[in-house]
Design a protein around this ligand. Structure first.
Ligand code: ADP
Length: 318
């Protein structure tokens, strides 16, 4: 079994009266991408700050690479890289100089070669000798991430790495995250973008008002909420009518002779539908699945947090 790169238990943080983290728990297996997803102000940066030793929680524990973030600050800092909203980029230096400075700070051998490689990898060669102050937001973020990679940290925290980026730079970031994970790095990613979490994360935790309202793989989260359905299309009107009459909670479309049955898309439910069709001798011409996307999930979880169990699973009647 893979060890945990990050383990968080009962984390609590308030600013004065304002509770920002209200007891959160999660674990991140080594070599995976974990995404903390939440709207603005949900507490994502606060979580990153606690895990990266920049801030102390009021209660709870957090371990990074097995080290306690409060009592083993130095050990934690030695294994992590952080790319955040408070970028480490020095605007009065060029991109190349920023990278070189980082490489020297981390006492990297062959620093020159590493800097050249990173500039190429991040598509920053042309601007390498211009001051970072002249960089666009996207270039600055790329430089920031490039600086984070100096020294090959085992665990990388990316706090909203693609907020405000153009689509091309976003794709570059995603590719780099995938390469890093393929090389065994653990990524802790905060994002407001559902698509980003869907694309990159092995596991997603949804943070809303200081609590984790759901955790799971993108697919598991999509199955949590209503909106998924199986669509059966018939060419035989009689078969269509029989099926429509026998199935409960079905949406009918007389024109296309198709039926929509609410479903979580699990193997069990699909099998139940197919078994039922077989048992009554009805043949559908086409069966298609629709699973809700993360947008549906996110809205359901962050706006109606007390109403997430109503998944309407028993769609088939006798
Ligand atoms: P996110 O990263 O999800 O946008 P943050 O962790 O930055 O959220 O902030 C969570 C909440 O805590 C917000 O309401 C924010 O205004 C508040 N907050 C953050 N930092 C401080 C601080 N130093 N003092 C008081 N309130 C803060």
């Amino acid at each position: 079994m893979k060890s945990s790169a990050i383990a968080v238990s009962g984390l609590h943080k308030a600013y004065g009266d304002k509770v920002v983290l209200d007891g959160i728990d999660f674990e991140v297996p080594a070599g995976s991408v974990f995404s903390l997803l939440g709207p603005n102000g949900a507490g994502k940066t606060t979580t990153v700050n606690v895990l990266t030793t920049l801030m102390k929680a009021d209660a709870g524990t957090a371990r990074v690479a097995g080290h306690d973030v409060v009592t083993a600050t130095k050990e934690v800092r030695a294994v992590i890289g952080v790319t955040g909203q408070f970028a480490a980029v020095d605007e009065l230096l060029s991109g190349r100089e920023n990278l070189r400075l980082m490489a020297d700070l981390k006492r990297v051998r062959s620093a020159g070669q590493l800097v050249t490689r990173l500039l190429e990898r991040f598509d920053l060669v042309e601007s390498a000798d211009k001051l970072a102050a002249t960089y666009s937001g996207g270039m600055r973020r790329k430089l920031d991430l490039a600086m984070t990679l100096v020294g090959n940290p085992q665990i990388i925290f990316l706090d909203e790495p693609t907020t405000g980026l153009d689509p091309r730079s976003r794709r570059t970031m995603w590719e780099i995250v995938r390469e890093l994970v393929a090389g065994g790095t653990t990524i802790f990613l905060t994002t407001q973008y559902l698509e980003e979490a869907d694309q990159l994360a092995d596991r997603i935790a949804v943070l809303s008002q200081g609590r984790l309202v759901a955790q799971g793989s993108p697919e598991e989260l999509k199955r949590l909420i209503p909106g998924g359905h199986v669509r059966l299309r018939f060419s035989d009107p009689a078969a269509y009518r029989s099926a429509a009459a026998a199935l409960r909670e079905v949406t009918t479309d007389d024109e296309s002779l198709s039926l929509q049955i609410p479903s979580d898309g699990s193997q069990r439910e699909l099998r139940a539908i197919l078994d039922w069709l077989d048992s009554v001798g009805i043949e559908a011409d086409e069966l298609t699945m629709h699973t809700p996307d993360l947008d549906d999930v996110f809205l359901a979880l962050t706006e109606h947090t007390d109403n997430t169990n109503d998944t309407n699973k028993e769609a088939i009647a006798q």
